[in-house]
Design a protein around this ligand. Structure first.
Ligand code: GRF
Length: 188
């Protein structure tokens, strides 16, 4: 049996690609990719793989509530086991998150609880960290603070700048996210 998932994106979608490439091994079927940005390259990736896509632009709605209502409507038709955020650059409200308790997961480019929020690579370098990485966690009402499912760390080298670091972490993310999804599903 394959578990149904929905993936939410905003941009390049390299994590989405890794989930697509590993879908069989994870045991999932991606029933829809939803983007809140119309030019997200991830939408092309989904189409190339014959995955249903939806573009719902949050800035076209009068309120967060209305946008999230539309999002929930699409998701409720599918009833996925997991809602996977993969570079989804939008902060979901508590009202939305509570409707899908323990079903929403996210990947974040830092070793949480360190460096929640944006510009994580730059901040890790400025803080003089020796180790950096990525985390997959459940989404709760507090940004980047839900229970951690899995993490992957990398060593920061002396000559790393935030660009080289971002590249290294992203490569690890592509390995980490499929593993973390598999782990959650195994424990259901
Ligand atoms: C990744 O670094 C992820 O950790 C963060 O947003 C980025 C998305 O990259 N949440 P991509 O769109 O998957 O290539």
């Amino acid at each position: 049996m394959l578990y149904s998932v929905v993936v939410l994106i905003s941009g390049y979608g390299s994590n989405l690609q890794s989930i697509i490439d590993n879908a069989n091994d994870i045991g999932i079927k991606i029933d829809c990719v939803i983007s809140n940005k119309k030019n997200a390259y991830g939408i092309e990736r989904a189409k190339k793989n014959n995955i249903k896509t939806e573009i719902i632009e949050n800035n076209k709605f009068e309120s967060k509530f209305q946008f999230e209502q539309k999002l929930a409507e699409i998701i409720n038709k599918i009833k996925p086991t997991l809602i996977i955020l993969a570079g989804f650059m939008y902060i979901l409200s508590a009202g939305f998150i509570n409707q899908f308790k323990d079903k929403i997961i996210n990947i974040h480019p830092s070793l949480l609880p360190k460096f929640k929020g944006l510009n994580t690579h730059k901040r890790a370098l400025e803080a003089g960290e020796k180790i950096h990485g990525a985390s997959v966690h459940f989404v709760t009402n507090q940004v980047d603070s839900g229970r951690i499912i899995m993490q992957k760390s990398i060593k920061i080298e002396k000559n790393d700048d935030f660009k080289t670091l971002a590249k290294k972490v992203l490569i690890e993310e592509h390995i980490l996210y499929p593993l973390a999804i598999k782990k959650i599903l195994k424990n259901l």
